[in-house]
Ligand binder design. Structure first.
Ligand SMILES: Nc1nc2c(c(=O)[nH]1)N[C@H]1C(S)=C(S)[C@@H](COP(=O)(O)O)O[C@H]1N2
Ligand SMILES: [Mo]
Length: 366
């Protein structure tokens, strides 16, 4: 049995704490990612929280602090389901690390997955507690301790109140119609569609309304985008842009990077995604470095918070061929050409053109 009931072909970057992504070839077999191949990112020991011992405290800048058990949450509020893609800020870090070494998991293109999440709206729970001024941020706290922080600190994060109040941010206990697996935050997690995965706090047990962002390490120090020339040792902790909304991105999943393929028509497929509720408007594929582009067919779309799967057929001749792609979203934003253009010392937000470097050879000569 593989770890955490995952498929044996998962790419496991770390067994404990478990950090793994799907084999790119099977990630987009289904529009909703099966739990057995859903990527997982963990900073500390995976907690084991029995449902009957779990409770959620809502406190901070609220008029009526609350404590809910799961039963109470389920009965007091309207159920809601949102299909949303989660993507780690470190997705596709491996391509940045080819430019210049970066510490941290060398994520390929599969630190991203999509599920139909069910629970209740965070906005409804906040309304029941009643906001008090100067409420401006909503913090989520979890019990898992991360040893990478000294002294060890429990995981936490926050989002701006404007996002927290939108109807698509969930307190979720189900994934694709089944109870949330422990690895993915069961019994209950937060789901913040369109934001980096780090804000979708698993095993959440406290929601605190604040005037300022969370002081947690994962809000103040990690998940910040620093300039390419930031000196890791001397620039102050907490410098850089605090990451939230994801930029437009895409990946080529098939064929795999470094694959050998036959000359002639070649099927290329992958995903595209943009944060902040922006929809994918177009995906293009090139086999000549971006001089000519073939329009990909977009299929299997499910609203503003989920990825778009795409496929294209291009023609390749014998030799070495680079297949590249670029997506455009409905704000007409597109992807930068090279990883070097977006390199940063923590390896976040690589949304450069994905590429598959292929050897094209006749079957007879292979
Ligand atoms: N409590 C807690 N929540 C967490 C994390 C964590 O380590 N602890 N990792 C975050 C990060 S960085 C990501 S990308 C997502 C991954 O969610 P998944 O494991 O369900 O795919 O969870 C986020 N929520
Ligand atoms: Mo992440």
């Amino acid at each position: 049995m593989s770890l955490w009931d995952k498929r044996p072909d998962m790419v496991v970057h770390n067994a404990d704490p478990y950090n793994a992504e799907s084999d790119p070839a099977v990630l987009h077999e289904h529009f909703l990612t099966d739990p057995d191949r859903f990527y997982s990112r963990n900073h500390g020991r995976i907690p084991d929280v029995p449902v009957d011992e779990w409770s959620l405290t809502v406190d901070g800048l609220v008029n009526r602090p609350q404590v809910f058990g799961l039963d109470e949450l389920q009965h007091r509020f309207q159920p809601a389901t949102v299909t949303a893609t989660l993507q780690c800020a470190g997705n596709r870090r491996a391509d940045l690390a080819e430019v210049k070494a970066i510490p941290g998991e060398p994520w390929g293109p599969s630190a991203i997955s999509t599920a139909a999440w069910s629970g209740v709206r965070l906005a409804d729970v906040l309304a029941a507690a009643g906001l008090d001024s100067p409420a401006a941020h909503v913090e989520f706290s979890a019990p898992d301790l991360a040893d990478e922080v000294q002294p060890p600190e429990a995981y936490g994060s926050s989002i701006p109140l404007a996002k927290a109040g939108s109807p698509d941010v969930l307190i979720a206990w189900a994934m694709n119609g089944r109870p949330l697996p422990r690895l993915h935050g069961g019994p209950v997690r937060i789901v913040v569609p369109g934001y980096i995965g780090a804000r979708s706090v698993k095993w959440v047990d406290r929601i605190t309304v604040r005037e300022s962002p969370s002081e947690n390490f994962y809000q103040q120090v990690a998940y910040r985008l620093r300039p390419a020339d930031a000196d890791t040792d001397s620039s102050p902790l907490g410098s850089g842009v605090s990451l939230g909304v994801l930029p437009v991105t895409s990946a080529v999943l098939v064929p795999a990077d470094h694959a050998t393929v036959q000359p002639g028509p070649l099927k290329v497929s992958g995903y595209a995604f943009s944060g902040g509720g922006r929809e994918i408007a177009r995906v293009e594929v090139s086999v000549d470095g971006g001089t000519h582009w073939t329009q990909a067919e977009l299929y299997d779309r499910a609203g503003p918070w989920a990825w778009t799967l795409w496929r294209a057929i291009v023609d390749v001749g014998v030799g070495t061929v680079g297949v590249v792609a670029r997506a455009w979203d409905d704000s007409a934003s597109t992807q930068p050409q090279t990883p070097a253009q977006v390199w940063n010392d923590k390896g976040y937000m690589n949304n450069s053109w994905p590429r598959a470097r292929l050897t094209v050879a006749d079957a007879a000569t292979q």
